[in-house]
Write a protein that binds this ligand. Structure first.
Ligand code: NAP
Length: 289
């Protein structure tokens, strides 16, 4: 069994690290707020460290799932960061959603220390992380991917290598571009249904079997109608993701007109105080509450 370190025990990292431990690997965790690491160890065994550098000395694999670009740079390359302390030949897998530029900086830093690096953002939300059923989009060298695949399969049911470093993050951007327009469309349909006094249970039963069906409709339709948003993928994380998409699109001169509009809607929601609500809360904007 491998020696695995997991950095970042948030909504996603906590259960992902748990699945790696359940598979029998020897797991050391690090979390900025140590109380969460203590709780994780009480639940899953293993041990915790108080800095990324302390955690990684003997690791075969180091995973991170933190937040935005500066957060990944801090845990991987900061003063107490992981990569400079890892042993040569070890592998660093970043599961955060960040820019392709960060993926390339990590890859270059890894190369300089003989560390394999994969950018491996995930999709499937909190439920996917808790059920060990995430989709993982991976960029990096084939041999490094092959070595890390058995560990990524502890939390991912669909683990796809997209190509060289950075390509995992680019694939995740496509995922978020799809979701942005889709959730706005679903919000408009449900808001319309409520205004027109349609039976929304019957509506969702009917249209979730047809061409309008989506993961968002099946998993979020009923909760959107009930005004329940206290779970899932936070609005402020989506703002970060769409900012990354728009910046990358500008580099390629690719048009993202709908994504740009929806990014503005998520800004509004955040300013309304709903930044930690699930992304399906876009419907709140239409209701004005
Ligand atoms: P979260 O619940 O807010 O947790 C973030 C984690 O990162 C926490 O453990 C936090 O530590 C740590 N962290 C943040 N900044 C840090 C820093 N500068 N140094 C050290 N640790 C830091 O976030 P999440 O929902 O798990 O998301 C994590 C990543 O996965 C993000 O990139 C997100 O976009 C992506 N993602 C999320 C979902 C989802 O449904 N939630 C789905 C797909 C992808 P503390 O506990 O100390 O705050």
């Amino acid at each position: 069994m491998a020696k695995v370190v997991f950095l970042g025990l948030g909504v996603m990292g906590y259960p992902m690290a748990g699945h790696i431990a359940t598979a029998g690997h020897n797991v050391v965790v690090y979390n900025r707020t140590t109380a969460k690491a203590e709780r994780w160890v009480a639940e899953h065994g293993g041990s915790y460290a108080v800095t990324p550098a302390d955690a990684v000395a003997n690791a075969d694999f180091v995973f991170s799932c933190v937040g935005d670009d500066p957060d990944v740079l801090a845990v991987a390359l900061g003063d107490d960061g992981a990569i400079a302390t890892m042993k040569p030949g070890a592998i660093y897998v970043d599961n955060s959603t960040v820019s392709a530029d960060v993926a390339s900086r990590l890859y270059a830093a890894g190369k300089a220390c003989s560390i394999g690096v994969l950018d491996a953002p995930v999709s499937g939300g909190q439920a996917g992380a808790e059920n060990g059923a995430l989709t993982v989009m991976v960029g990096g060298d084939q041999a490094v991917f092959d070595a890390a695949l058995p560990i990524m399969e502890c939390y991912g049911t669909r683990v796809v290598r997209m190509g060289d470093y950075g390509k995992g993050q680019l694939a995740k951007m496509c995922n978020q571009i799809c979701i942005a327009g889709l959730v706005q469309g679903l919000s408009e349909a449900l808001n319309f249904a409520i205004a027109a006094d349609l039976d929304t249970d019957a509506l969702l039963e009917a249209i979730s079997g047809g061409a309008a069906q989506s993961w968002q409709m099946v998993n979020r339709g009923h909760t959107m109608v009930k005004n329940e948003f206290d779970f899932g993928f936070a609005v402020d994380w989506m703002r970060k993701d769409l900012r990354i998409c728009l910046e990358e699109a500008a580099r390629h001169d690719a048009q993202l007109p709908v994504t740009k509009i929806v990014a503005g809607y998520y800004d509004e929601l955040s300013h309304m105080g709903h930044g930690r609500n699930d992304t399906s809360s876009l419907i709140r904007r239409l209701r004005g509450s």
